[in-house]
Write a protein that binds this ligand. Structure first.
Ligand SMILES: O=P(O)(O)OC[C@H]1O[C@H](OP(=O)(O)OP(=O)(O)O)[C@H](O)[C@@H]1O
Ligand SMILES: Nc1ncnc2[nH]cnc12
Length: 184
């Protein structure tokens, strides 16, 4: 049974409250939403994973692709629970094998994601995971990587989203599922 306070699930309130906001990190003007404080609270961490597992367990997801670094934390937990494989989408110079790559821009700079050739099979249904969506640039780059390999992106899943991504929203035509709003 969901315990509600002012119409909001109490577990979601606890998840939001467990995220620390660090002003001006990593550069002036950015209100950094830090999930490491949430990870120190096992019950809250477990609740967050369970929201995603409840949503994705019966959606025929073959692979969860998690974005380095914080997308690995939730992505691996959810992949194990729903019986999907996990694919790390990594920052440059980390992958030892042949890889595909995609450059993108962030609120605070530029970066690139890479994925091993052969990680995704053609037409596999893939869920893309990250801790946070701000501009959506990182998730778009991840989607391009999966599609280059012939995979089908089913949805983007994030713990935290800017208000426009709270609830159901679409990015490049694909649904975005976000648990809690960015704290500012
Ligand atoms: O929606 P966007 O504007 O693209 O921003 C979201 C991305 O920014 C953060 O990662 P960051 O690039 O700071 O990398 P890190 O995980 O290696 O710290 C966050 O974990 C997302 O991956
Ligand atoms: N405000 C923010 N907090 C944490 N990660 C981010 N990535 C982009 N914007 C961010």
């Amino acid at each position: 049974m969901i315990e509600e306070e002012n119409g909001v699930d109490a577990r979601l309130q606890a998840i939001s409250a467990a995220i620390r906001v660090v002003p001006h990190f990593p550069k002036p003007g950015i209100m950094f939403n830090d999930i490491t404080t949430l990870l120190l609270r096992p019950t809250v961490f477990k609740d967050a994973v369970e929201f995603f597992v409840d949503r994705y367990r019966d959606m025929g997801i073959a692979a969860v692709a998690g974005i380095e670094a914080r997308g690995f934390i939730f992505g691996t937990s959810v992949a194990l629970a729903i019986g999907a494989k996990f694919i790390p989408l990594q920052k440059p110079k980390k992958l030892p094998g042949e890889f595909l790559s995609e450059a993108y821009e962030l609120e605070y700079g530029k970066d690139c994601l890479e994925m091993h050739v052969g990680a995704v099979q053609p037409r596999e249904r893939v869920l893309i995971f990250d801790d946070l969506i701000a501009t959506g640039g990182t998730l778009c780059a991840a989607m391009k990587l999966i599609e280059k390999a012939g995979g089908e992106v089913v949805e983007f899943a994030c713990l935290i989203g800017s208000p426009k991504f709270k609830g159901r929203y679409r990015l490049n035509g694909k649904p975005v599922y976000v648990l809690v709003e960015c704290r500012r």
